[in-house]
Design a protein around this ligand. Structure first.
Ligand code: HEC
Length: 141
């Protein structure tokens, strides 16, 4: 009996710890690094148009980068649950590219609140265009 209780308490402590760290991981907005190995070089200057549109490797990298950095707000598989805009409906083509990059690089803050953190400096240009290349494959509307 006594040892049974100890095991139960131990299990609770482990579960409690896991829950706490899962909650922290969810609230934590630290961007997850993206491995862009294998993508063509595109230089230092920020481009206006997606150089990776239709590139299979970019689409694959973009899907995982999206899952790690964007899905918690924009929804799994780009289907928004309503917290943030549904990115499947972003315009295709160059004006859509520019708007995508504006938000990706600078995020969105108003009334003293951060609605979306900036990603440009932390994840870099290649990862951004890779995410955009994947989103293009999910386009609707
Ligand atoms: C903390 C939540 C959050 C995360 C994480 C996040 N976003 Fe956002 N995003 C938002 C919100 C909220 C808006 C709407 C902002 C506004 O209207 O001011 C937005 C807007 C956008 C827009 C403009 C959409 C439109 O229809 O105007 C794009 C593009 C975008 N996000 C891309 C991304 C990408 C790519 C990532 C991952 C690298 C990402 N976001 C991560 C919350 C987030």
């Amino acid at each position: 009996m006594k040892s049974g209780r100890m095991i139960l308490l131990g299990a609770c402590a482990i579960l409690g710890g896991a829950t706490a760290s899962q909650l922290m991981a969810h609230g934590d907005v630290t961007p997850q690094a993206v491995d862009t190995a294998g993508l063509p070089e595109i230089g230092q200057d920020w481009l206006e148009k997606n150089p990776y549109s239709g590139n299979d490797r970019a689409i694959e990298i973009g899907q995982s980068a999206y899952g790690q950095n964007c899905a918690r707000c924009h929804g799994l598989d780009a289907e928004s649950g309503g917290i943030a805009p549904d990115l499947r409906y972003l315009e295709l083509g160059e004006s859509g590219d520019q708007w995508f990059m504006e938000r990706y690089r600078h995020g969105s803050s108003h009334d003293g609140k951060v609605y979306m953190p900036p990603f440009g400096d932390v994840l870099g240009q290649k990862a951004g265009w890779a995410i955009r290349a994947w989103l293009e494959t999910k386009h609707e509307g």
